[in-house]
Design a protein around this ligand. Structure first.
Ligand code: ADP
Length: 150
């Protein structure tokens, strides 16, 4: 059984994440969307809100699960017998950042990172831009799945 984890903050989930999940799920038997919990980080949306946005989004797909985790992603993978980490790439900055993390993860555990290139239509979207639009009262609904409403 091929299990993958798609880790992230998802504060909130965007159409960019949605695209990676929709395309990535066909590669695996199970895709676990894992919300990393970092107690030092300030989030716009509570953990419960972030979970609900994602669960509502994929409720019709039994291959997709949503969990939260603390600590290293590779430790989560080892404990839960997950062999693959799914990540999205938008630009060269993402590539450099992800490359260092993927190499480190390979040093720590036998886990392969699979990268999907962003869809052209969502390549500019990030959770931080969405938060900025929300803060200033802009129309964020164009950037996120329908389940993200405030
Ligand atoms: P993190 O805090 O780990 O960066 P994010 O929630 O911002 O978490 O992102 C999780 C994953 O989704 C990362 O691999 C990121 O590159 C990817 N991602 C975010 N936005 C997009 C997008 N618009 N297109 C493709 N991948 C994306």
């Amino acid at each position: 059984m091929k299990k993958a984890i798609f880790p992230g903050s998802f504060d909130p989930i965007t159409l960019g994440h949605f695209d990676i999940v929709e395309r990535g799920v066909s590669l695996f038997d199970e895709l676990i969307i894992a919300i990393g919990v970092n107690s030092d980080k300030k989030y716009m949306f509570s953990l419960e809100e972030r979970i609900k946005f994602i669960e509502d989004c994929f409720k019709d797909n039994p291959k997709i699960k949503v969990v939260t985790y603390k600590g290293l992603t590779v430790d989560f993978c080892t404990k839960n017998k997950v062999d693959f980490i799914l990540r999205g790439l938008r630009n060269p900055a993402d590539f450099e950042f992800e490359k260092a993390i993927a190499h480190t993860n390979r040093d720590l555990a036998p886990v392969e990172t699979i990268f999907l290139l962003t869809a052209a239509s969502t390549s500019y979207i990030s959770s931080s831009i969405v938060r900025e639009v929300i803060r200033h009262g802009g129309d964020y609904t164009k950037l996120v799945p329908k389940t993200v409403r405030i």
